[in-house]
Design a protein around this ligand. Structure first.
Ligand code: GMT
Length: 378
């Protein structure tokens, strides 16, 4: 099959998932065409993978260069030149409306293509439901040949906030367990935790919704009772404030901000506990990747997190903002090697239920059924 994938190319979960999906599909023999404005961060070379860059020309008249128009035109050109069978867009804004428009343009010349929209999170729960975007998001979702959501919670949220007239299929996110697994990086661990301190890790894009300051608050309580280090991975608008907060608590010497990291699997291999205190997560892909590397998770119970973090088995969940509870649960997991190893083994076993081998066929089945239905109507 020839599949066009439209996504954000950044470190964000939706772009990562779309890239991993495209790579997995190409390995199974599909021809995959990525259409976005920058090479996606995790995209590796494969003979079946093509990358088409959307370029937006600036012009003095444009206060806001028209990305969606450039994206739609690139979609139309790629579909025509490479004879794509279907489009799969990740993150509704503005990808679903661009796909709808591309489909209409092709229809006018007697061609056509079905498009599938995968909802990831804030395209629904934060940005999408705002009236600035809602009418366009609702329309372009309803016009999609299929809609998928990455968790049951996101499916429910979508029905709650939008008037959706079709079934939303839940296809959970997946992890590449060949890459995300525990490997021996002890030399690296010794550098960061020379006295065998426990290592806690947080990965995010440091937006407010991630509540990364809660990681620091809970860590400051953990380190009062257990020698430990905290690694903060990623970058974003709240990072500076949080660095400042670490200095005010006078614990900056035990916290390292590592910025955006491509080899996050290597860091997770030396990690003892992953902390995700988000206000909301539709899924929490970073937590799943941590679990696959044998890292238990302390997360909130918000959104779709209960669908991946099994309380008391793969880690613990707490109420949003309850950093004392997070710290107590972390100490419970980390205080003996025996208990930590039990949680680690559980995390690996549970992450395997979200392996790419299990999830990719669900997308392939959906593509087949969408194509069949589409061909029957044209
Ligand atoms: O929706 C967002 O905030 C952005 C998006 C991204 O591109 O990082 O994250 C969402 O999609 C991920 C992949 O499906 C999920 O793992 C994240 O939980 C989700 N983020 C939120 O819901 C806040």
């Amino acid at each position: 099959m020839k599949i066009g994938i439209v996504c954000y190319p950044t470190f964000g979960g939706s772009g990562v998932l779309a890239t991993e999906l495209g790579m997995a599909l190409s390995a199974k023999g599909h021809e995959v065409h990525f259409i976005t404005y920058k090479q996606p961060v995790r995209l590796n070379f494969h003979p079946n993978i093509y990358y088409h860059e959307v370029t937006v020309h600036n012009y003095p008249l444009f206060d806001f260069p028209p990305y969606e128009t450039a994206l739609t035109s690139t979609m139309v050109n790629v579909i025509n030149n490479h004879h794509l069978d279907l489009l799969h867009v990740h993150y509704a804004i503005p990808h679903a409306s661009a796909a709808y428009f591309a489909r209409q343009i092709l229809k006018a010349s007697g061609k056509g293509i079905p498009y599938i929209t995968t909802l990831h999170g804030t395209d629904i729960t934060l940005v999408g439901k705002d009236q600035t975007y809602a009418p366009v998001v609702t329309f372009s979702m309803n016009e999609s040949d299929a809609i998928t959501a990455v968790s049951n919670n996101l499916r429910e949220e979508t029905y709650k906030y939008f008037k959706i007239e079709k079934d939303i299929v839940v296809i959970p996110n997946f992890v590449d367990t060949d890459r995300f697994q525990q490997t021996d990086k002890n030399h690296f661990k010794k550098m960061l935790a020379p006295n065998n301190e426990r290592i806690l890790v947080h990965v995010s894009n440091f937006r407010k919704v991630k509540r990364a300051e809660d990681v620091v608050s809970m860590f400051s309580r953990v380190r009062e009772e257990l020698p430990s280090k905290l690694l903060m991975i990623g970058d974003g608008p709240e990072r500076q404030n949080i660095e400042e907060y670490c200095r005010t608590l006078d614990i900056a010497q035990d916290i390292r901000f590592l910025g955006k990291q491509e080899q996050v699997d290597e860091i997770l291999s030396i990690t003892d506990l992953f902390v995700l205190p988000s206000q909301y997560e539709s899924f929490g892909l970073s937590a799943l990747e941590a679990m696959a590397c044998g890292v238990p998770v302390i997360s909130t119970n918000a959104g779709g997190l209960p669908e991946i973090n099994v309380n008391g088995i793969t880690g613990y969940m707490t109420e949003v903002g309850d950093t004392e509870d997070m710290a107590q649960k972390a100490l419970h997991i980390l205080s003996t090697d025996e208990r930590l190893n039990e949680f680690k083994a559980n995390a690996i076993a549970h992450a395997r239920t979200f392996s790419k081998q299990r999830i990719i066929p669900l997308y392939e089945q959906l593509y087949d059924s969408v194509l069949r239905k589409y061909k029957a109507t044209v």
